[in-house]
Design a protein around this ligand. Structure first.
Ligand code: DGJ
Length: 741
């Protein structure tokens, strides 16, 4: 890993064994982009890569020079209106109304390590030599403003982390109307943009489109990263598959409004950017003040999407997740939501918990309905004290009893919300986000607390703190069940109202930090009506997240398959729920429900008191299986093998231990077949010359056979079966265990 500056050429070259990222100072002092890709040896100046053409109908900043036009130059952090007409990375409205800026190089710093970002999530190095940072300081002399661009390269990953900071050194206030976390221009546009879009209960559908001239973008203006789009996208070559080919992954470590965009210009270069969405955003920067953007991560590969995902997985696991739970096995849980909804008593909870303990479950989570007068979703958000009608001994008593049973205890909470019917609303009707003189929109009968205000956060912190210090709580599920509308804060002046969305999410991060500071062993699972705020920013605080409210195993195959593109399995909340499923109404076998849920954090969400003896026996076996293979699943290399969206509704994936000695292969077929074709599944990541024993069965094969000839997965759907116990069925699945002998 190295960052080299060649002064005579104005060249910065960040490299490790896998990649190079090359930046060059342009003639006007601004930053040009030279290259991001497989590691290059370097070149004394790379001048030849800056192609300069005279193109008719262009504009030029230098007198008598028609070769230099920003319109035609690959840039790093572009501005609009001085011969470039594409979307800028930065836009500053000045006292005189002008939006024109010119940031030119002033100095740089290169150092080991990586700075933390104030109030924001960020990747970090564990050892001083894990990561190196380049800071490039740019200045716009006319408005006495500095821009600092941060580039960090990790020793062991094909990845660059970027962010930017603006400092107003002048005497006039400025308005930051747009600031991306990163932007750079690719020299061509022969890419497919893959983004992960959907809606509640069908989050992260894979959408693929070939780049076309003009702008293609996804984003959120909902105040949270959203069910609809995810702050993560991929640019891949058309022929890139899971196993080979170039791909670039871009993610934003941020949980609020975002924009992820590619703009293809008429000469087929592609401007790639990600950051806070400039719509509904304007940051007022007084003299002396600074603004720091969230961090963006760029990962790159030449070896297909699986390898790109593995880079994200490794980076997040080792350099984003933090604290006590970072490398610890997550407890296998039972959650009460789909088991009881709002309808429970202490006795019913305890009997569920006893059965759960008997089945090997480690953590009982009491979901919504335990506080205030909460018997439906119309009341009590904001009143974080127990409902003594349901829980006569309160949360303190219940948590003790759950601990006595032998389980950890977890609690659901939705700290950012307020119900009109609540004590908090009667005391503080002015604490919600609402625009003066207008009736605010409701969502799930609730309103959003103004988390940009310290006194609001303070009140909620005090209430949660009282719970945590009084009762024995090991885990919190932090929910957020609606988008933000009517965005306005009563505590801010008019010229700061466009800051509310960003201040809100900083407030959310701040409450997370406060709680984790005081309770460092607390495990927090983030949730937002399922997957409405499942993003890398959240993972910095909550090492696991509920990826969707849809718990149907078959729908989950697609959701988990796509989520794994950018997120590690150890943070993907996944539960076995009852059949027929409460969202999809589909009946699926218990084995298949577990076979899908294993490839996530794993838990259950069904009424354990209603289980048959056979189901209880099976669940016991499933928990034993998960405990045995949890480490392999959560720390192994994950390979997607068959995409359920493409392969006749057949899915397959596998995880291999880092040393290649052990693997789990999972195969799922949604609809049964008759007289089906013979089938093999080519495996990945094994050691060619090592023998593997395959269970179930009694077969031993070399790694090369399993990878290049494939594991035979034909089953009894290929012929007539007379033995009922061997028959296959709809929603069939099978897990193979491979052990080196
Ligand atoms: C939405 C969550 O995603 C569910 O799991 C559950 O916690 C409900 N909220 C409770 O209101």
């Amino acid at each position: 890993m190295n960052i080299e500056y060649t002064e005579h050429a104005g060249l910065f070259h960040l490299s490790n064994n896998a990649v190079s990222y090359i930046i060059k100072l342009l003639e006007n002092g601004q930053l040009g982009h030279v290259y991001f890709g497989r590691r290059l040896m370097g070149h004394p100046d790379f001048n030849h890569r800056n192609e300069r053409m005279h193109r008719t109908i262009s504009t030029y900043p230098f007198e008598n020079d028609t070769s230099f036009s920003l319109e035609h130059i690959l840039q790093e952090f572009p501005a609009y209106g001085t011969s470039d007409f594409r979307m800028p990375a930065l836009e500053i409205q000045q006292e005189n109304g002008s939006l024109i800026t010119s940031f030119v190089y002033s100095r740089h710093r290169i150092y080991q390590g990586k700075p933390a970002l104030p109030q924001l999530p960020a990747t970090y190095g564990n050892e001083p030599d894990d990561v190196m940072t380049l800071e490039i300081h740019l200045e716009d002399e006319l408005i006495q403003t500095e821009a600092v661009l941060y580039y960090s390269i990790f020793r062991n990953y094909a990845a660059i982390a970027r962010s930017a900071k603006i400092i107003n050194h002048g005497t006039q206030p400025l308005n930051l109307t747009a600031i991306m976390s990163m932007s750079f221009d690719l020299p061509d546009s022969d890419y497919e943009m893959v983004h992960f879009s959907g809606a509640w209960a069908r989050e992260r559908g894979k959408v693929l489109r070939h780049l076309a001239p003009g702008i293609q973008s996804v984003g959120s203006l909902r105040g949270h990263s959203s069910h609809q789009h995810n702050p993560f996208f991929i640019l891949k070559r058309p022929f890139t598959t899971e196993h080979s080919g170039e791909a670039l992954g871009i993610s934003l470590l941020y949980s609020g409004n975002f924009l992820a965009q590619v703009e293809v210009d008429p000469h087929c270069t592609s401007r790639v950017m990600i950051g806070i969405h400039p719509a509904q955003f304007c940051w007022h920067l007084k003299p002396g003040e600074a603004f720091q953007t969230p961090e963006a991560l760029l990962c790159i590969t030449e070896n297909g999407l699986n390898s790109l995902s593995q880079t994200f997985h490794g980076l997040y696991r080792n350099h984003l997740l933090r604290g006590y739970w970072k490398h610890r096995a997550k407890p296998i849980l039972l959650n009460s939501w789909e088991a009881a909804y709002f309808n429970f008593t202490e006795a019913s909870i305890l009997s569920m918990a006893k059965t759960a303990y008997d089945c090997g479950i480690e953590l009982f989570v009491l979901d919504d309905g335990w506080f205030g007068n909460r018997n439906n979703d119309k009341t009590s958000l904001g009143d974080w004290f127990p409902n003594y009608n349901k829980l006569p001994d309160g949360i303190r008593g219940l948590s003790k009893k759950i601990h006595e049973i032998g389980l950890l205890f977890g609690l659901w909470i939705e700290p950012e919300m307020i119900s009109r019917e609540s004590e908090l609303f009667h005391k503080h009707p002015d604490w919600l986000i609402q625009t003066p003189g207008r009736t605010p929109c409701h969502g799930r009968n609730q309103y959003v607390l103004d988390f940009s205000r310290e006194e609001v956060r303070e009140n909620i912190f005090r209430q949660i703190d009282a719970l945590l210090s009084n009762a024995e709580i090991d885990y919190l599920k932090w929910d957020m069940n609606r988008s933000i509308t009517d965005c306005f804060s009563a505590s801010l002046p008019s010229f700061r109202q466009q800051e509310v969305f960003h201040r809100y999410i900083l407030g959310v991060y701040n409450l997370y930090e406060q709680l984790l500071d005081k309770y460092p062993r607390l495990l927090i699972e983030s949730c937002s009506g399922g997957g409405g705020r499942f993003d890398p920013g959240m993972l910095y605080y909550a090492p696991q997240g509920w990826i969707s409210d849809n718990t149907d195993a078959i729908d989950r195959l697609v959701i988990q398959y796509n989520t794994s593109m950018g997120y590690p399995l150890c943070c993907m909340g996944s539960h076995v729920s009852s059949s027929p499923n409460h969202q999809a109404g589909r009946a699926t076998p218990l084995d298949t429900r577990a076979n899908v849920a294993y490839f996530g954090t794993f838990g259950y969400e069904l009424d354990f008191t209603k289980l048959t003896d056979l189901e209880r026996k099976k669940i016991r076996e499933q928990v034993v299986f998960m405990k045995k293979y949890q480490n392999l699943i959560h720390t192994g290399l994950f390979y997607r093998l068959l995409d359920p969206q493409e392969n006749n509704r057949i899915a397959a994936w596998m995880t291999v231990s880092e040393d290649g000695t052990q693997a789990l292969v999972a195969y799922y077929r949604m609809l049964n077949e008759v007289n089906a074709p013979y089938r093999t599944l080519k495996l990945c990541g094994l050691e060619e010359k090592k023998l593997y024993r395959i269970t179930p069965g009694n077969l031993t094969c070399y790694g090369d056979e399993l990878m290049y000839a494939g594991l035979i997965i034909s089953d009894n759907s290929c012929g007539r079966v007379f033995d009922n116990s061997l028959k296959t069925y709809d929603f069939y699945s099978k897990i193979f265990i491979l052990e080196q002998v």
